[in-house]
Design a protein around this ligand. Structure first.
Ligand SMILES: [Zn+2]
Length: 341
């Protein structure tokens, strides 16, 4: 068995606060003398009902963690640890998502909030060797005009290297907001050369995926896993070259599937979709990047050549430079060329 931590890969679906280590969160809670819900500290994956109450509980837990990230030094620590954990798991490229709005009140606005993350990303890249780039994420829970403001902010820092903004996202409850209302923000981002990387097709099915395809023209879909339910929509994703950021642990924690063995990764791969496995929110979902590849191997029967192809998909779907892409792809070939024993 080849070691999956040594397989070079890119990590394209990881949220800033959700990336936090449980031990770090426990530290922050102690410093702030805050009692956190046990579900945040036990390290077990949360299991939520597949309904609005389940999502509400998820948001409450997430918010409880986020309220402890309220200084520049903590923000820097979160980025540094996310990069270090990615480095330990064979990731050569991390594109971490952040909504600067959440941290703006503590550091003097959305611009400093983003600049802190970008600077920490540059520093972490130098320290760990993992290229850390940033996706600025807007929220479905906020007014679409705020999304436009964020897109204009993101555009000012556009690039493909460490500490630069590579994409623009849309997160939070898929059932909230009108997707079309966010199209203007995505146009601003696209004009600046940013990748369009909205969430879609996890809590809602293929009709929602089409809505996102029509209005936001994604380069990658956050999740999109439920496009497996409609071959026509899945064909469209493949024809349009939209990569899918598949996060098995997230799907199970949020109740989309009862167990990881039911995640239709095989259906998506067989249809020809480009896949990038991601951990989404390890803090809540209880596992990091390599665990998602482990699911593919252990639960879904992916062979080493197939796992290597998943890793290649993640690297190709990243916004890394041609040089970085070539280096990581060569690493995948070298991994596969190794004696499996
Ligand atoms: Zn996500």
């Amino acid at each position: 068995m080849r070691d999956l931590t040594l397989l070079p890969k890119a990590h394209l679906h990881l949220h800033f606060t959700g990336s936090m280590r449980v031990a770090t969160l426990a530290d922050l809670a102690q410093d702030a003398r805050v009692r956190l819900p046990a579900a945040l500290l036990d390290g077990d994956p949360v299991r939520l009902a597949f309904d609005e109450r389940g999502w509400f509980r998820f948001q409450r837990l997430y918010d409880a963690a986020r309220t402890l990230v309220r200084s520049e030094s903590v923000m820097r620590r979160v980025v540094a640890e996310a990069a270090a954990d990615d480095a330990a798991e064979g990731s050569g490229r991390l594109e971490i998502q952040v909504d600067p709005t959440s941290y703006a009140p503590f550091v003097g606005g959305i611009t400093p909030a983003l600049e802190i993350v970008l600077d920490a990303a540059r520093e972490a890249s130098a320290t760990t060797g993992v290229e850390v780039a940033v996706v600025v994420a807007s929220s479905r829970m906020r007014h679409p005009l705020e999304a436009r403001t964020l897109a204009r902010l993101a555009a000012r820092y556009a690039g493909d290297g460490p500490g630069e903004v590579v994409g623009f996202g849309l997160s939070n409850d898929e059932r909230r907001g009108e997707t079309a209302d966010f199209a203007a923000a995505f146009r601003i981002a696209r004009r600046a050369g940013l990748a369009s990387v909205p969430h879609g097709g996890e809590l809602l099915g293929p009709a929602h995926v089409e809505d996102v395809l029509d209005h936001l023209r994604p380069d990658r879909l956050g999740h999109g896993v439920r496009s497996a339910e409609d071959p026509r929509v899945l064909d469209r994703i493949v024809a349009d070259g939209v990569a899918l950021e598949i996060c098995p642990a997230s799907n199970v924690s949020l109740g989309v599937y009862a167990e990881t063995a039911q995640v239709p990764l095989r259906v998506l791969v067989d249809a020809g979709a480009t896949i990038a496995l991601g951990a989404d929110d390890p803090l809540l979902f209880g596992s990091r990047l390599v665990a998602q590849y482990q699911v593919a191997r252990d639960e879904l029967g992916f062979s080493d050549p197939e796992l290597a192809e998943l890793a290649r998909g993640s690297i190709r779907a990243s916004r890394a430079s041609a040089g970085t892409t070539a280096r990581l792809l060569a690493g995948v070939d070298a991994w596969l060329a190794r004696d499996p024993g």
